[in-house]
Design a protein around this ligand. Structure first.
Ligand code: HEC
Ligand code: HEC
Ligand code: HEC
Ligand code: HEC
Length: 444
C-alpha cells in the first residue's frame, strides 16, 4: 500500500489559474452509448503496444505492455477463475464467477452485447476502454493525425485527466455505484474488503503515463492534493447516494452493513481496542458507520474553509447518532450530509494549493490524529496514505531536502507498519507512530 507518490507536483504551485468549479462529468465508459472495440484495437505495435516508450512521441506508446505486464486490471477477469472466486461464487449460489454479471461488471468491460464490436473479448478484463471509453466513436479522430486531446474528448474519449471524472470512474468499481453494487453479502461470501485513495491508486496502478513538460502542455499540470481531496469527496457522495437508495441501502438489515466500519465488528475479541471518539460520540459495543473519508475531508477543509469543516463534522456526528435511532432518522441525516458535498466539491475544484499550504495540511493531519480521529482502522489507513501523499508533495516542491525526506519516510514507515494488518490494528501503536512522525516533522 506504500504510496509510490506524487510524480510531479510542482504543478499546483503555478497551475490551477484556470481552475473552475465543475460538478458534472460525462457518462462513464460503462454506461455511455459508445461501442467498445476491445484491447487488441489499441495494443498494436505501431499504436499503444510498443515494447519501449518512443523517444519522440507525446505519449509513451507502450501503455498496452505496461497494462498487460504490470497492471492488476489486466488480470481482473482471470481472477474470476481462481479458487477464491470459485468459493465466493459457490457461497452466493452462482454457477461460476466468470459468467456472472455481478462479478463481470467490475472485473471486466462488461458492456451489453450491442456495444461490443467484432474483436471485443470479455476475457481482456478491465481494458483500455473500461477507463478511456468505447473507442468506435473517437478512434477516427484519434488516429487522424489532426486530433488533440480536446477533440478526442469531444468525440467521446473519457477525460481521465480530470480529478472529478477520474474519481467517479475509479470509484464506480472500487466502491461500487448504482450499476455495480457491492454488498456485505458479497464480502461475507469471501470478497476482500475494498479500500481506495484516488491519488495513491492512480500512481500504484501503475501509471502508464509520464507527467513531463509535454504532458502538462497538453493536459495541464496535475494537482495531486486536489486529486486526493476530490477522491475523498466523491467517495463520501457515492456512499451517501447508496445509503439513500432503497435498492441498495438494505439487505435484510438497514443500513446495509457495507456502509459500516468493517472492523467495528470484525477483529479478534482478544484484540480489545475500542476508544471513545468525539467524532461519533457513540458508546462501546455498537457498530459504527465508516467515516474515514469524512474525517479526511474535514481535516483538509480545516484550513481551506473552517466553517465548512465544522459543518461537515457536525453532520457526520449527526449521522452517527441517527444510525442509532432508526431508518427515517438515518435517511434524513444522510440527506443533510449529502447536501454539503456538492458545495465541498465546488470549493475543492476551485482551490489552488500553494507550497505553503503543504506544511499546514501536514500539521492539520497530525493534529486531527492527536485529537483522536484515527482510533478506528479505516481512518488510520486513509490518514497514512494522506500523510504519505503530502510528504511526497513536499519533497517535490523542494520544501524539504532529500535527507529530510528520508528521515520522515522512515518515521512514516512505522505508521504503515501499524496499518499493515487490519485485524491486528492497535490504535495505541498507531498513535505512537504518529507521535514519532510528528516529532521528526517538528524538527524538520
Ligand atoms: C471496471 C472496473 C474498474 C475500474 C473502472 C477501475 N478499477 Fe481498479 N481494479 C478493478 C478490479 C476488479 C481490481 C482487482 C483486480 C484483480 O486483482 O483481479 C482493481 C485493482 C486496482 C488496483 C490494485 C489494488 C491492489 O490492492 O493491488 C489499483 C491500484 C487500481 N485498481 C486503481 C484504479 C484506478 C486509479 C482507477 C481509475 C483510474 C481504477 N482502478 C478503475 C476494477 C476497476
Ligand atoms: C463493485 C465492484 C466489484 C464487484 C461487484 C466484484 N468485485 Fe471483486 N474486486 C473488486 C476490486 C476493486 C478488487 C480489488 C480490491 C483491492 O485490492 O483493493 C476486487 C478483488 C477481488 C478478488 C481478489 C483479487 C486478488 O488479486 O487478490 C477476488 C477473488 C474477487 N474480487 C472476486 C470477485 C467475485 C467472484 C465477484 C462476484 C461475486 C466480484 N469479485 C465482484 C471489485 C468488485
Ligand atoms: C483503470 C483505468 C485505466 C485503464 C484500464 C487504462 N488507462 Fe490509460 N489512463 C488512465 C489514467 C487515469 C490516465 C492518466 C490521466 C490522463 O492523462 O488522462 C491514463 C492515461 C493514458 C494515456 C495518456 C498518456 C498521456 O501522456 O497523455 C494513454 C495514451 C493511455 N492511458 C492509454 C491506455 C491504453 C492503450 C490502455 C489499455 C492497454 C489503457 N490506457 C488502460 C486510466 C486507465
Ligand atoms: C454489524 C457488524 C458487521 C459489520 C459492520 C461488518 N460485518 Fe462482516 N460479518 C458480520 C457477521 C455477523 C458475519 C457472519 C459471520 C459468520 O457467518 O460467522 C459477517 C461475515 C463476514 C465475512 C465472512 C466471514 C467468514 O467467516 O466466512 C467477511 C469476509 C466479512 N463479513 C467482511 C466484512 C467487511 C469487508 C465489512 C466492511 C465493509 C464487514 N464485514 C462489516 C458482521 C459485520
Amino acid at each position: 500500500m506504500r504510496t509510490i507518490g506524487i510524480v510531479a507536483v510542482l504543478g499546483w504551485l503555478t497551475a490551477c489559474l484556470t481552475a473552475h468549479a465543475q460538478t458534472s462529468t460525462p457518462a462513464l465508459p460503462f454506461t455511455s452509448a459508445n461501442i467498445h472495440l476491445g484491447v487488441s484495437s489499441c495494443g498494436g505495435s505501431s499504436c499503444h503496444g510498443a515494447l519501449e516508450p518512443w523517444p519522440n512521441s507525446t505519449v509513451q506508446q507502450n501503455e498496452f505492455v505496461t497494462w498487460q505486464e504490470k497492471d492488476p486490471h489486466a488480470k481482473a477477469y482471470k481472477t474470476l477463475m481462481s479458487a477464491e472466486s470459485k468459493r465466493i461464487a459457490k457461497n452466493l449460489g452462482l454457477n461460476n464467477a466468470y459468467e456472472a454479471g455481478i462479478c463481470l461488471d467490475c472485473h471486466a468491460d462488461n458492456v451489453p452485447e450491442a456495444r461490443r464490436a467484432k474483436g471485443f473479448q470479455i476475457t481482456d478484463g478491465v481494458g483500455c476502454e473500461s477507463c478511456h471509453g468505447g473507442a468506435v466513436e473517437w478512434l477516427g479522430v484519434h488516429v487522424s493525425g489532426q486530433a488533440d486531446h480536446a477533440k478526442n474528448v469531444a468525440a467521446g474519449l473519457f477525460p481521465t485527466e480530470q480529478p472529478l471524472a477520474r474519481a467517479k470512474l475509479c470509484l464506480s468499481c472500487h466502491l461500487g455505484d448504482k450499476d455495480r453494487v457491492i454488498s456485505h453479502r458479497i464480502m461475507g461470501a469471501g470478497h476482500p474488503r475494498l479500500a481506495f485513495e484516488l491519488d495513491t491508486y492512480t500512481m500504484t496502478q501503475p501509471a502508464h503515463f509520464r507527467i513531463d513538460a509535454d504532458y502538462t502542455k497538453r493536459k495541464g499540470m496535475p494537482d495531486h492534493i486536489k486529486t486526493w481531496a476530490i477522491g475523498q469527496a466523491v467517495a463520501v457522495d457515492s456512499v451517501m447516494e447508496a445509503m439513500l437508495d432503497p435498492k441498495r441501502n438494505q439487505d435484510g438489515i438497514f443500513p446495509e452493513l457495507v456502509f459500516f466500519d468493517c472492523h467495528s465488528c470484525h477483529h479478534p475479541m482478544s484484540n480489545v481496542r475500542w476508544e471513545a471518539r468525539d467524532g461519533h460520540g457513540i458508546g462501546p459495543g455498537v457498530p459504527r458507520l465508516n467515516d474515514a473519508n469524512l474525517i479526511m475531508l474535514a481535516a483538509l477543509l480545516d484550513k481551506a474553509d473552517p466553517a465548512m469543516a465544522q459543518q461537515l463534522r457536525a453532520r457526520t456526528k449527526a449521522l452517527h447518532q441517527a444510525s442509532q435511532k432508526g431508518h427515517e432518522a438515518t435517511l434524513t441525516a444522510a440527506r443533510s450530509l449529502r447536501e454539503l458535498i456538492t458545495p465541498v466539491i465546488n470549493k475543492l475544484s476551485a482551490m489552488r494549493f500553494e507550497s505553503n499550504d503543504l506544511r499546514g495540511l501536514m500539521s492539520m493531519l497530525i493534529e486531527r490524529g492527536q485529537k483522536g480521529d484515527y482510533v478506528d482502522y479505516a481512518a488510520a489507513e486513509q490518514a497514512t496514505m494522506a500523510l504519505s501523499s503530502v510528504l511526497d508533495a513536499m519533497k517535490l516542491a523542494k520544501i524539504i531536502s532529500e535527507p529530510q525526506y528520508k528521515d520522515l519516510s522512515g518515521a512514516l514507515n512505522q505508521a504503515y507498519a501499524a496499518v499493515e494488518k487490519d485485524e491486528a490494528y492497535s490504535p495505541k501503536q498507531f498513535m505512537t507512530a504518529l507521535q514519532a512522525f510528528s516529532a521528526v516533522m517538528t524538527r524538520t
